[in-house]
Each structure stands twice: as structure tokens, then as C-alpha cells.
Design a protein around this ligand. Structure first.
Ligand SMILES: Cc1ncc(COP(=O)(O)O)c(C=O)c1O
Length: 392
């Protein structure tokens, strides 16, 4: 049927990862044994104490609506967690619980950005940022995060991008797809540039527990004059292996919460009560599973980085956060999309092309190491053999 679609949905973006997954499923139906390095979710199960609490919630009446912005007990747990882990003071009126980290992007961009507004966003970066800026009618302005600069913000470049139309800057540290981390100095300098301007910051901190150098990533909201202008996006998907539960949250000024509260009332009413109760357990319960997962990710990171660097034509920096590597493939002489298609067909290894994270991601692939050490070793071997067959 030929729908007469509203203009706003004609060009809405998506995530390549879901498209590649669909392709993989077709190949798997034909009997191919695909190694999945395209995925952006932990391969671990949710820790047992959290699952048990979810079951408990079902048995104890958590089968009803909750407040739009989430249960008070969960928001209290988020307040305590944010104080204890990040040393940021907040309160329950500054928190909105939503189904995943992603809706915080949607709600806050929709609430703040309109036609004529420019939003500076990380490129390469999580593709949904650019998609939502456009969806809201704003103009996306890429902030290049390049390898020579360890995928960090180039402050001089950022300064040139800010003008009277700039409404928001999006930061993401540790980052998808590069695994890069912004230093405290990067963030302080960014804040300094916008100190006296009405520019908001969406700080995507969803990978804040996945850091391998034992530091707590610095949040721009820790700078007192930035607190009111910052929206922290965080959640449970990555830290607690809870992608399928769909729960995350935003921390922002209560005047903005008021609008988000109404938007939630218009869309989902609330986040699943069961997921909310389980999330309280995630924050208040033992954290040893989180530590174990991080230790395992670190071993895998080292394995995949060493493996990629042993392949002729590929070089890979060692990232300090998240569970992705972003190797340079320029020497192979193929565009990143050609190479990722080739690897899927010829090596049965699914990866994402760097260009699908923005034009500054060209020349790279994104590989997720959220898979077993055995799969990583097998994938490296397959990639090595397939790359040797490319005529360069
Ligand atoms: C940078 C970044 N932010 C947010 C999200 C969304 O997380 P959630 O699944 O909780 O919506 C992702 C998921 O891949 C991500 O990589």
C-alpha cells in the first residue's frame, strides 16, 4: 500500500547494527556459521540477583502503572548511586526513568531542539544522535573525533563550530563506536567555551562503568555551573547486561523533567514496573558481577587488539572504555562498507563499517568484543585469511 507519509518520517535514520543482524539471520538460515562482532550488547546474562528480584516483583503486585517518571524508590537509588559513584548531587525530582537510555535522547532533543537550532554531535558517534537532531528539525553539526587525537574532542575545532544558533552539544564518554574517553581537561575546556551561553549538553554516560584504567569517567555535570544545563543519560543495559529489560534514565533540571514527564504520559505512561524493581536491585545489590564482566571485557579487549594488529593492513589503538574497537583499515584500500560486506560474505564475520557512524568514521571498522574469547580468536583468524585474499 502506498502510504502518504508525514514528511517527518521520510528520512528517519536507524542503526546499521539492526540491518546487519537481519542480514546475518538470512545467512544463518542458509546454514552459514556467522561470528557476531556487530552487536552492541553484553553477551552475559543479567546477574541472578537482579533476575530473582524481577520474578519477586511479578509475585508481589508490581504489575500496575507507576509514576510517569518512575518509582520513587528507584529514583532514590539513582540519587544515591550518582552521589556514590560520580560524586554528583541530585534529587528525585531531577530524574526520569524511561525504557532504555535511548528515549532520553528522543525526549530531550524533542523538548529542546527545533528548526534553526544547531546541535554539535560526535562523529563518528552513535547514529541515533544525528537521526534525532534531524527528526526534531534541527541541524546536525559534526564534531570530528579522529584517531590522531585518540578519538577525543578537538577543542579548537569545537570553538569554531559554536555560534548563536548552537542549542546543544552531545558528549559521549566512554564512546560508541571508538571506545575513546574524554579527559577531565577536555570536558573542562568544553564547559569553559559554553560557560556564559544558553547551550545545553546531553552527556551520554551509558558506558560509565566500562572503563579499564580504574578511573571514574569525568562528567560535565560535576562542574557546578554546568549542572543545570546538562542532561545525563544513563541506564542499565550495558553495565548490568539488561538490554532486553528496557530501562534507563536521565538526570536533568526539574523544569525540563516537567516536560519529559508529560511526554512520557503521551507515549509509554511509564517504564515496566518489573524492570524498575529489578533496577533497584541492580543499583543497591552486590556489584561483583559488574566487576567480573568488566574484567572479562578487558581480557577480550587485549585479545582483539593484539589480534587485529597482527593482521597486515590493519592497525588498532587500544581503547580505554566501552566494549568496542575501531581499527584503521585504510591500508587495505577498500571503503569501510565494502570491507564489512566482504568480511560478512567471505569470512562469515559480522562487523560494522566506520562510515555508518558518520563520515569521520570512514577508514575504520567497528568490532564489538561482547562475545567469547573463543569467538574472538576464530574471528581474527577468519579476518586474517580473508584480508590476505584481497588484492592490494
Ligand atoms: C552510546 C549509546 N548510548 C545509548 C545507547 C542506548 O542504550 P539502551 O539500550 O539502554 O537504550 C547505546 C546502545 O547501544 C549506546 O551505544
Amino acid at each position: 500500500m502506498n502510504f502518504k507519509f508525514a514528511n517527518r518520517v521520510l528520512d528517519i535514520g536507524t542503526e546499521k547494527a539492526f540491518q546487519v543482524l537481519a542480514k546475518c539471520r538470512e545467512l544463518e538460515r542458509e546454514g552459514k556459521d556467522i561470528i557476531h562482532l556487530q552487536i552492541g550488547e553484553p553477551d552475559f546474562n543479567t546477574p541472578k540477583n537482579i533476575i530473582d528480584k524481577g520474578k519477586w516483583a511479578l509475585d508481589h503486585g508490581y504489575t500496575h502503572y507507576t509514576q510517569n517518571v518512575g518509582l520513587i524508590e528507584l529514583r532514590e537509588a539513582i540519587v544515591d548511586y550518582t552521589k556514590n559513584y560520580k560524586n554528583i548531587n541530585t534529587n528525585i525530582n531531577e530524574i526520569a526513568v524511561v525504557p532504555g537510555g535511548k528515549p532520553i535522547m528522543f525526549y530531550t532533543i524533542m523538548a529542546l531542539v527545533e528548526k534553526g537550532d544547531e546541535v554539535i554531535y560526535p562523529n563518528p558517534g552513535y547514529p541515533i544522535y544525528e537521526s534525532l537532531i534531524r527528526f526534531a528539525g534541527g541541524t546536525p553539526v559534526p564534531m570530528p573525533l579522529i584517531e590522531e587525537n585518540d578519538f577525543r574532542v578537538d577543542i579548537d575545532d569545537l570553538r569554531t563550530k559554536i555560534n548563536k544558533n548552537t542549542k546543544m552539544i552531545i558528549l559521549n564518554s566512554p564512546a560508541n563506536p571508538t571506545g575513546g574517553i574524554l579527559t577531565k581537561e577536555d570536558i573542562e575546556k568544553t564547559a569553559e567555551i559554553i560557560k556564559d551561553k544558553e547551550i545545553y549538553v546531553l552527556s551520554d554516560e551509558i558506558y560509565d562503568r566500562l572503563v579499564y584504567n580504574k578511573t571514574v569517567p569525568f562528567s560535565i555535570a560535576s562542574i557546578p555551573y554546568m549542572k543545570d544545563k546538562t542532561i545525563i543519560l544513563n541506564g542499565f543495559s550495558k553495565t548490568y547486561a539488561m538490554t532486553g529489560w528496557r530501562i534507563g534514565y536521565g538526570i536533568m533540571h526539574e523544569n525540563l523533567i516537567e516536560k519529559i514527564d508529560r511526554m512520557i504520559a503521551n507515549v509509554t505512561s511509564n517504564t515496566s514496573a518489573v524492570a524498575q524493581v529489578a533496577a533497584i536491585e541492580a543499583l543497591r545489590g552486590p556489584q561483583d558481577e559488574v566487576d567480573k564482566m568488566r574484567e572479562e571485557f578487558k581480557i577480550r579487549r587485549d585479545l582483539i587488539v593484539d589480534g587485529l594488529n597482527s593482521i597486515d593492513g590493519i592497525s588498532c589503538k587500544k581503547p580505554e572504555g566501552a566494549f568496542y574497537v575501531f581499527p584503521n583499515i585504510e591500508k587495505l584500500g577498500l571503503k569501510s562498507e565494502e570491507l564489512s560486506d566482504y568480511l560478512l560474505k567471505e569470512a562469515n564475520v559480522a562487523v560494522l563499517d566506520g562510515a555508518s557512524f558518520g563520515e569521520y568514521g570512514e577508514g575504520h571498522l567497528r568490532l564489538s568484543y561482547a562475545t567469547s574469547q573463543e569467538n574472538i580468536k576464530k574471528a581474527i583468524d577468519r579476518i586474517d585469511k580473508a584480508v590476505k585474499r584481497i588484492n592490494i
